[in-house]
Design a protein around this ligand. Structure first.
Ligand code: 6PG
Length: 251
């Protein structure tokens, strides 16, 4: 199946376009089921998108019907500069009319990250009945090694097939992480990868051309059977892609 790859001149345009699509998906979910559940990406690429949502789209969503979760978290104290939730608070949550009870950070105050993962899985299970959580929207980034969330190639977390949330050690600081697992992302309705910068070009080419079942690139394995994956990419990250898989942005 041809991947849905949308290329934009730079990060601002990519982030605006992704925000527009997200608002439509979120409104649809809230209208259909009364709720919209979102798994948020960490790292730096989504910062622009979150700020656009906070300052340009805040009045276009019924935030009281939106539940925000973390796709992964670095195992650092709350408020730490490296915390994904701290970044999401600064760029998005602190500027939204969203009830605090709708925002679900990972509790990183446990001594053992495994206890934090168990606790976060309990939080998810309170919000999602059934065998797997089905997020309406999941935002993801991708590393230069093809990792996504905190599912790094070669780590046991990538192979987790039963748990919704696991603790993991990754080859990048901060090494201790808590992450949603691949089956969770593969049950999402709408997955949006945000990828920018020339350093990502080779990994993106690999991810979009290797067999998802055997690919060493974790991001290639995010293929929801009953969901859609959209790649929001800037021109520099798309530089090595075959033009046949790319839908160029207008403007
Ligand atoms: C994290 C993210 C991670 C991130 C990628 C891309 O905790 O860092 O979950 O998966 O999305 O590493 O990061 P950048 O957007 O900063 O390039």
């Amino acid at each position: 199946m041809t991947p849905d790859v949308r290329v934009f001149p730079e990060l601002d345009a990519l982030s605006h376009a992704a925000a527009e699509i997200f608002v439509g998906e979120a409104r649809q979910a809230a209208t259909t089921s009364g709720w919209c559940t979102v798994a948020l990406a960490g790292g730096s690429t989504p910062r622009r998108l979150y700020r656009f949502l906070a300052f340009g789209y805040a009045d276009r969503l019924p935030w009281s019907a939106v539940q925000l979760f973390m796709g992964d978290e670095r195992y650092v104290p709350a408020g730490d500069a490296l915390s994904n939730f701290r970044m999401i608070q600064d760029t998005l949550v602190d500027h939204l009319p969203i009830p605090p009870e709708n925002v679900h950070p990972v509790n990183t105050s446990y001594e053992d990250p495994a206890a934090a993962a168990n606790a976060y899985e309990r939080v998810l299970r309170e919000s999602f009945p059934g065998d797997w959580p089905r997020f309406d929207v999941a935002f993801l980034g991708m590393g230069t090694d093809g990792h996504t969330a905190s599912l790094f190639p070669g780590t046991p977390a990538v192979l987790e097939a039963r748990r919704w949330v696991v603790a993991t050690e990754v080859p990048r600081e901060p090494r201790r992480r808590v992450t949603l697992t691949l089956p969770v992302f593969n049950h999402a309705r709408h997955v949006h990868f945000l990828v920018a910068g020339p350093a990502k070009a080779e990994a993106l080419r690999q991810v979009l051309t290797t067999d998802p079942v055997s690919s060493p690139y974790t991001a290639a394995r995010v293929r929801p059977s009953d969901g859609h994956v959209t790649w929001w990419v800037d021109a520099s990250a798309a530089a090595l892609l075959d033009p046949s898989v790319v839908r160029r942005a207008r403007g």
